[in-house]
Design a protein around this ligand. Structure first.
Ligand code: GN1
Ligand code: MG
Length: 356
């Protein structure tokens, strides 16, 4: 930890209602969009400090209002609470020339996992996502802002891809020839999800495994974190996004495609966890879930491919071809999920109860 971090920590934290101390920051380099830091008091983790990406999240007021009201709806003895630390003026964030900053309480003895092979973790992930939706099921979607309009709108993502593909260099298009050809084929298959009978719910919209906080000792899921993309959506978004990181034990940018798996037993453990909270979804929603497991990795792979063709203008990449690697790995899992459609549909029917 350099002096620069020390100066930054006190410079930012003085704008929040916390005891004036010498805090230090430890960067958590997990996200592709925001910057996240653990705030330490001596050696003790006390807060999570985040700088919100101003370009990606244009409507900070809407975003923080979403967060504030969702945290109220999520207040439940069986769901761990994260609290926003306000500024002395009662605001939920602080703005300076570097961006928007927010400070949250840190839950002790907690951890996250990027991937898992443990059925208990998969079960707990399903349970906590179910619980999250149960607590938000009566939320009025009108009260929530679309923090990123068209975030999971596949038609919109296809247009962005086509524009990027038109403008990209021949060298890039040649290198990405295979995934580029894969796109229209899968897009056609997913037209089955273009329907108007599904209820809109307040979704998390980024339910990858490492956005779930677990207790270090018991491995029980505590709550979901990273609520910036919380807005209206369909349940199959959250279902598919979780399973792309749970049924597959390889990381999102895995280069060795042989390591990418669709693990049926982890899939089933996730379903058991989701079923444990009781009936939540209607028949129409249940019939879309298996397609959600194809849809979400495909949509993320498409966004990664688009960003690769655009020369990495959106995601914070750590090496030049990371977006292409993410795309190849996500498309590989998309194909594996597609091969498991019948199995998934049958197993969901068996395990997940529907509401009357
Ligand atoms: C981005 O930065 P992070 O990891 O929270 C992205 C998600 C993707 C994720 C990984 C606002 O989230 O949609 O799932 O990378 N968030 C945004 O692929 O674009
Ligand atoms: Mg996120």
């Amino acid at each position: 930890m350099g002096t620069k971090n020390l100066i930054t920590a006190s410079a930012i934290l003085q704008h929040f209602s916390v005891a004036p101390k010498t805090y230090t920051l430890q960067a958590i380099n997990n996200g592709f969009i925001n910057d996240t830091f653990l705030v330490l008091d001596e050696a003790l983790p006390r807060y999570i400090l985040q700088r919100i990406n101003k370009i990606v999240f244009g409507d900070i007021e809407g975003l923080m209002a979403n967060l504030n009201q969702a945290l109220k709806a999520l207040a439940d003895p069986e769901y761990a609470q994260i609290t926003l630390i306000k500024t002395p003026f009662g605001a939920t964030y602080f703005e300076n020339r570097d961006g928007y900053w927010r400070l949250m309480t840190y839950l002790g003895d907690s951890t996250t996992y990027n991937t898992t092979t443990n059925p208990l973790i998969a079960y707990e992930a399903g349970r906590i996502i179910g619980k999250f939706h149960l607590l938000l099921k009566d939320a009025d979607i009108q009260d929530y802002t679309d923090t990123i309009p068209h975030f999971h709108d596949l038609g919109f993502r296809m247009e962005q891809f086509k524009t990027a593909n038109t403008k990209a260099s021949l060298a890039k298009k040649t290198q990405a020839e295979k995934p580029i050809k894969f796109v229209p084929e899968i897009f056609r298959k997913l037209s089955i999800l273009n329907r108007t009978d599904l209820p809109l719910r307040i979704c998390h919209n980024d339910t990858k495994l490492n956005n779930i906080l677990f207790s270090k000792k018991e491995h029980t899921a505590l709550c979901l974190i990273d609520l910036d993309t919380l807005m209206k959506g369909y349940f199959y978004y959250d279902f598919g996004d979780a399973l792309r990181t749970i049924a597959n034990s390889a990381p999102e940018d895995e280069k060795n495609l042989d390591k990418i798996t669709f693990d049926r037993s982890l899939f089933e453990s996730f379903l058991d966890g989701l079923a444990s909270i009781g009936p939540l979804l209607n028949q129409q929603e249940l019939s879309t879930l298996s397609y959600g497991v194809v849809f979400m990795p495909f949509l993320h792979g498409l966004r990664a491919l688009t960003d690769y063709l655009n020369d990495n203008i959106y995601y914070k990449v750590t090496y030049e071809n990371q977006n292409l690697d993410r795309c190849l790995s996500l498309f590989n899992f998309t194909q594996k999920a597609l091969d498991e459609l019948d199995y998934m549909g049958k197993t969901i029917k068996e395990k997940i109860p529907s509401i009357p």
